[in-house]
Design a protein around this ligand. Sequence first.
Ligand code: GLC
Length: 425
Amino acid sequence: MSHPLYDGAVEILARNDLGHYTVPTHGLYPFQWNWDSALSALGQSYVNESRAWTEIETLFDHQWPDGMVPHIIFHKEDEGYFPGPSVWGTERPVPTSGISQPAVTGFAVRKLFERAKDLPSARARAKALLPKIQAWHDWFFATRDPEETGLVAIIHPWESGRDNSADWNAALSRVPTEGVGDFQRRDIQHAAAAHRPTTEQYQRYIWLVKHFRAQGWDTAKLHDASPFRVVDPGFNAILLRSCADLAWLAEQLDEPAIGARAKTQSDKGLAAMEHLWSDRHQQYLCYDRAIGAPVDCLTVGGLLPVFTAIAPDRSARIAARLEDLARRTTYMIPSHDPHAPEYDGERYWLGPAWLIVNYMIADGLNRDGHTEIAARIVGDSMKLIVESGFSEYYDPMTGAPCGGPHFTWTAAMVIEFLKQTGGVE
Ligand code: GLC
């Protein structure tokens, strides 16, 4: 059955499909991005099941020997993006960045497997991916949690997927800008400068890249060498959900050793997550590992833990926080609390609503029985599409489309929501 929004979404997936990988949108992001691919594969799985598996397989074809799965794969040259391969200098056969991104692939692969129509193929493809995903998770815990706390740190704001969130402001202010040199930003040639990070932030982003490059991209050294080390509850929740889903998959695929390992990682992380809870704010907070202090900042990163199996009481409190935000917001979910001073409804992760975040949070809320607030989030997501098209993100008060147009993972989430709500068969 066809539906105008479904057809529009399928058209965007096709438009951004380069055969074995998908770009988030042409122009602004002309390569393969890590968590974009995993989440886009979800929507794609309803359109072309085999192609959805290929998206994730391509990503893992570029996994580093140490287990890291890079945040960008520069499949072919494109002058329109900065920082490109020559700035990263990772010297991989196909150039990649040298940092990672939220590990949502374990979750996505479970979904692909559960909904597969071609089961023999799904079994074989999931089985081949399983050890690779486990190696990536192991890499995170080994290199980003050297003290074995159960939770990993990000060492660059771009790893979080929430690039310019105010969560990073204090930690980023300790990153120098000296010696970073001149460069030309390309993002503001494709999208409005008022929707994007500031140039000062960009200087610090690039300083970190050059600093890591100077360590020879030895990822075992980078955590301790980085002035930026933040434990993000949202990032960890995604990783822990993937660990739990990988454990489930391993059981289906007769891989008990992987299953046991993934479950231990998930259990340990979930227990440690409790240290990030703030009674005062009734949500989770980031923790700045470099100075050993929580980050007093009200972002959606502190609500994302509902995506993983947190305790029912915590989940209920997150639902309550979201209900409070829903009373103050036209289109859920603002990435930053509109009452907080840093809020900016158009600037990337300082306020705008993102459909991928809405999807993950609604998934957890539904699992835990908070269906009313989940329905509000899904309903608002669909309204945004009808009113403003398939944009990268949206002003949560006006619904104005922001960032890049024709966005792949936005389209993929629309397909997911339509399937969930019975909008299409
Ligand atoms: C931006 C987003 C990031 C995403 C990328 C490509 O950098 O912050 O989460 O992966 O764009 O869409």
